[in-house]
Design a protein around this ligand. Structure first.
Ligand SMILES: Cc1ncc(COP(=O)(O)O)c(C=O)c1O
Length: 355
């Protein structure tokens, strides 16, 4: 059941990575629990589970269909991030990264790469700032929409400029997912994502991946994964693959909910400031006057869990400043819309604002 060309992403997500139909066999075979596989003759990755396992290979094929390239799965988004940045950047390289990239990415850059002789240039997440940092760079890391600021970058234009400077472009596609944004089509050299979030969407597993237009570019990443053993286990990988089939319906509903909440919040400028929604995905941000007001709002919501992370089927929100990792106001709230009925979610938020 390999998806045909020309199908919409929502349709592809339903069928991606499923085997050919065989009477009596399931659509998606169950997880294969094995560490060693029958292997005679020369060694191949298929012989030992740390290098490859059938459940992971299917999932990689599925995500590859969605991202439009070759994919390597990892045990988390951070494992994927490390496996791209650490083997690819060497002393003398220059990394340009958005200053509001996921905090773990910034820590890898400043605490591991910089001491090893990589020059790190952290810049604001806007095109002009990135462009002015490009001369002499070898690698560029962006996240769009950025998080939690939710700024958008024009990836096609950026890819041209990054390549013009002789550098490679990596895009964190966690928030948008390939359902809404395909950076490889826009010219990016790599995609990295946490599949923990909207890609799988049920807040019940941790997984990540790196994608590139072809397998050759992934050779050092594959080598790193085999050495570090940062693979996802069969059960998480199977759950993740199963979750892909609802990607389109989940994101459509999350997006509709975000748009409805944006409209509600924009009308409440008496209590809500700086409402941001990038026009895609289910995450929006806004500011309530103070830490106390934001905490009171979160406590008053009955359908919205006070939790970090985003992209799940259950609505969640958090006062982002509680982590101390982002440059945001004390009352800044990052709100991730779930798939609840839009009217119920809007009514819940409206009630909580009154409270
Ligand atoms: C944008 C982004 N990238 C990467 C990560 C890291 O992913 P994981 O938690 O799956 O390691 C996160 C986690 O919150 C994230 O939000």
């Amino acid at each position: 059941m390999s998806p045909r060309e020309g199908l919409h992403l929502g349709t592809r997500a339903v069928h991606a990575g499923l085997p050919e139909a065989v009477d009596g066999e399931p659509f998606l075979p169950g997880p294969v629990f094995a560490s060693a596989f029958h292997l005679s003759g020369p060694g191949t990755p298929e012989g030992y589970g740390r290098y490859a396992h059938p459940t992971m290979t299917r999932f990689e094929e599925a995500v590859g269909v969605l991202e439009g390239g070759a994919v390597l799965a990892f045990g988390s988004g951070m494992a994927a991030t490390s496996a791209l940045l650490l083997p690819l950047l060497a002393p003398g390289d220059v990394l340009v990264a958005c200053g509001d990239a996921y905090p773990g990415v910034r820590r890898i850059a400043t605490e591991f790469l910089e001491p090893r002789g990589v020059e790190v240039r952290l810049v604001p997440s806007d095109e002009a700032a990135i462009r002015s940092a490009l001369p002499g760079s070898t690698f560029v890391w962006v996240e769009t929409p950025s998080n939690p600021g939710l700024d958008l970058l024009d990836l096609e234009a950026l890819a041209v400029d990054v390549h013009g400077a002789g550098a490679r472009l990596a895009v964190d596609n966690t928030l948008a997912t390939p359902y809404l944004q395909r950076p490889l089509e826009a010219g990016a050299d790599f995609v990295v994502a946490s599949g923990t979030k909207a890609l799988t969407g049920h807040s019940d597993l941790i997984i990540g991946y790196v994608a590139a237009p072809g397998v050759e570019a992934l050779a050092p990443v594959l080598d790193w994964r085999g050495l570090h053993g940062a693979i996802p286990g069969p059960f998480e990988t199977w759950l993740a693959h199963r979750s892909l089939s609802t990607l389109g319906v989940r994101i459509d509903r999350q997006q509709a909910n975000a748009e409805a909440l944006r409209d509600l919040l924009a009308e409440r400028s008496d209590v809500v400031g700086d409402v941001r929604w990038p026009g895609m995905g289910g995450v929006l941000c806004f500011t309530l006057g103070s830490e106390e007001r934001a905490e009171a709002f979160l406590a008053a919501c009955t359908l919205v869990a006070d939790a970090t992370s985003f992209g799940g089927v259950h609505s969640t929100a958090e006062r982002r400043a509680r982590w101390g990792t982002d440059d945001v106001a004390p009352g800044f709230v990052r709100f991730s819309c779930g798939v609840e009925d839009t009217a119920d979610l809007v009514a819940d938020v409206e009630r909580a604002l009154e409270a």
